[in-house]
Ligand binder design. Structure first.
Ligand SMILES: [Zn+2]
Length: 183
């Protein structure tokens, strides 16, 4: 078990532009919307599929955009070429999915925390924090797409602590059943 206070001793927000071309990118099907947001919180470029997108379109998008297609639908594995592109997760709960994915891809859940918008997937930009609540503390980041502002508030700190737990669980080969923080 990692100590939360150890996690809090590190900066909560990651660099404003996390990621490099070598970092894995993801395309989550809609069954994995909460995992999608956690991957964005960790700083990974993660798209979400649209409603009623065909399997073939999903696979084509994953190939063209060089993303791993994350799903719980085993039928997707039956498509030609899917074995190198599709990751079919067995876990049901997002907390277990997080650990399962990290074990399969050597994912780092503290890759670049809070460098992307949880809603839009856009890289966040450094922001002066105008309009943020008076008791909020910087540094501030803002999404250039939806204008949502992020700062080192309690919600971000709790989510970051959860990311730290998942990183530790993956490295220890454990699976956690508790799910303390809901997106
Ligand atoms: Zn946004």
């Amino acid at each position: 078990m990692i100590r939360n206070d150890a996690a809090r001793s590190e900066p909560t927000l990651g660099p404003p532009t996390g990621g490099s071309p070598e970092d894995p990118k993801f395309l989550c099907d809609r069954m994995l919307i909460r995992l999608c947001r956690w991957l964005r919180a960790a700083g990974y470029d993660t798209s979400l599929t649209g409603e009623r997108t065909s399997d073939r379109r999903l696979l084509t998008a994953a190939v063209v955009e060089q993303r791993y297609l994350l799903t719980r639908d085993r039928k997707l594995l039956e498509h030609r070429g899917a074995d190198s592109r599709v990751i079919c997760l067995q876990a049901v709960r997002p907390s277990n999915q997080a650990t399962e994915l990290a074990q399969r891809l050597a994912l780092d859940w503290l890759h670049a925390p809070f460098s992307r918008c949880l809603l839009c997937n856009e890289p966040l930009q450094v922001d002066p924090g105008h309009g943020a609540p008076p008791d909020s503390h910087g540094p501030f980041r803002r999404c250039p797409s939806c204008a949502r502002c992020y700062w080192n508030g309690g919600h971000v700190r709790r989510m970051r602590a959860q990311l730290a737990v998942w990183r530790h669980a993956a490295s220890a080969g454990m699976r956690r059943d508790d799910e303390s923080f809901i997106l």
